[in-house]
Ligand binder design. Sequence first.
Ligand code: PAF
Length: 305
Amino acid sequence: MNMQIITTIREMQQACRALKSTRTLGLVPTMGALHDGHLSLVHRALAECDVVAASIFVNPTQFAAGEDFEVYPRTFEEDCEKLEAAGVALLFAPSAEEMYPDGARTFVEVAALGDRLDGASRPGHFRGVATVVSKLFNIVGPDRAYFGQKDAAQVAVLRAMVRDLNIPVHLVACPIVRERDGLAMSSRNRNLSAEDRRRALILHRALVVAQEIVQTGESSAETLRGAMLNIFAADPTVRVDYAAIVDPATLLPVADTSRGALIAVAAWVGSTRLIDNVLLEMHPDESRPTGDLRPDPALMEAPHA
Ligand code: PAF
């Protein structure tokens, strides 16, 4: 089936309304430069919804002045091929003028939560995210919307927004997809030099060490944080933004991980800021919370390129 590409809000609203009258609609919002992490969201949406829409919009309001809006990777043609091959029915790809016409003055701010983790180091970032995602929800009216758990703080902010504003959408957070060597897939990985790509593995390494310590029975967040900072100290060219152990819903620090926690890191590798995390959860028959830091199983089965 051919994917329909729509650039205006009016047309997208009409197309979605027509689809929704008889079928469940899933939405995968993206900023493009698609990788297997995005495609995992599409596959999950296709498994759970009758029809799937995606959006590609590099949202200017979630980038502060001096951030990487200009150099954010843009690969529109390639993205369209991937989405169509995956089975997406509708792609919404508006211009900035279409989304933010002159005079647009209404923003969505998720108080307090929006200033934690990435929100602390990127003031205004989550205001931009919450605004554009609520606009996409109003335009598409999805039954379910799919986001990557790599952006754990974004997931917490959007869950709070959906709850507080009574938006009738079910938000689904999908597991992080990792490269063969553990690096979390990210559109920004395209901007890493070969040397920085190698250095970037330190984020995953810090999380693996923290998780290993948890498995020994240690649950002090301060100990885990110290161990992660030690790992980062081994490469002074990587600038840590945060290494945090928090409640995944409130993003507030926790002192103890014995009932679960989100362990999240952010660091500058060269001029690229990367994030990664592991969600430690209690599973039946396990005495300690565990998370998944393994590479994408599909990659492990595939022969080396
Ligand atoms: O996660 C992203 O790619 C973006 O923050 C999103 C949700 C598409 C909003 O611009």
